[in-house]
Design a protein around this ligand. Structure first.
Ligand SMILES: Nc1ncnc2c1ncn2[C@@H]1O[C@H](COP(=O)(O)OP(=O)(O)OP(=O)(O)O)[C@@H](O)[C@H]1O
Length: 253
């Protein structure tokens, strides 16, 4: 569904060029929940921004749902962002003056499609994520976990192929983190969406099907969970993750 091949990205500073992504290869399958972890500066946000069509890259290819992103003009990229991708951010990015239900409808308004069908889907998402009781409240009047579940619902309004999530549990306690991860899980199993999540949180990552470790702009390791681990061996997967992260960090020093 998502294929990233030999991706290279550098930033210019003065007349110097800094290579940040040095040939990334990865893929995300239909309905797969994948996390990317790695030390600060390893290139996680840069990778996410390339897949989000927000920043250009010099070399490699990104293919989403069979469509290659290289070479698309600004209109083509905006169409991909609006129709094929959903976004979830660490700080929720909800509009304070809108109710939670209205916030969920924002992507429909942007597409000029905030019609009855969109309203019906918004109501279904409110129910699916257990937040129908806050539909008429404003962001200031609900908890962080409820805000983030609303943001996940918003990311699904245009029925994207893939949700890109940047530290979605970074501002939440473990109970709220779990409810947000459950909403991703619902999106995956009930709506068929794939999720690609950058995180520092091994608890959140342990719910994923696979965790990619990034180090110095390359894929250092990829850890696959055992089938059914969410019900049984999730804790063991988190331990494996922490071991791999420790090993990766010790190789840095
Ligand atoms: N716009 C930019 N211009 C120049 N350098 C940048 C820019 N954005 C990021 N960098 C540099 O690229 C490297 C990778 O940054 P990136 O934000 O992708 O890392 P990260 O793994 O997401 O880090 P963190 O976990 O701290 O968010 C860092 O050294 C950073 O300073």
């Amino acid at each position: 569904m998502l294929y990233v091949k030999n991706l290279h990205k550098s930033y210019q500073s003065g007349n110097k060029s800094y290579n940040v992504l040095k040939g990334i290869d990865l893929s995300v399958a239909d309905q797969e929940f994948v996390a990317v972890m790695g030390p600060s500066g390893s290139g996680k946000s840069t990778l996410l921004n390339c897949i989000s069509c927000y920043i250009p890259f010099e070399q490699g290819t990104i293919t989403l749902g069979g469509q290659e992103l290289n070479g698309l003009d600004e209109n083509g990229l905006a169409k991909i962002r609006n129709e094929k991708l959903g976004f979830v951010f660490q700080d929720f990015m909800l509009l304070d003056g809108l109710t939670m239900r209205e916030n969920i409808l924002v992507p429909g308004i942007i597409r000029g499609k905030a019609d009855k069908k969109a309203e019906k889907l918004a109501d279904q998402l409110l129910t699916l994520f257990g937040i129908e009781h806050i539909a008429s409240k404003y962001p200031a009047d609900v908890s962080g976990g409820e805000r983030q579940r609303t943001a996940v619902a918003r990311s699904l309004l245009n029925q994207p192929l893939l949700i890109l999530a940047d530290e979605p549990t970074g501002n939440l306690d473990s109970k709220s983190s779990r409810s947000v991860i459950e909403s991703f899980e619902n999106a995956r199993t009930k709506l068929g969406t794939s999720i690609f999540m950058v995180t520092h949180d091994s608890f959140a990552a342990s719910f994923c099907d696979r965790v990619i470790l990034l180090k110095d702009g390359v894929v250092y390791d990829s850890l696959e969970a055992e089938p059914g681990h969410r019900e049984g061996s999730r804790g063991a997967f988190q331990d494996r993750l922490l071991d791999a992260i420790r090993k990766m960090s010790s190789m840095e020093s």
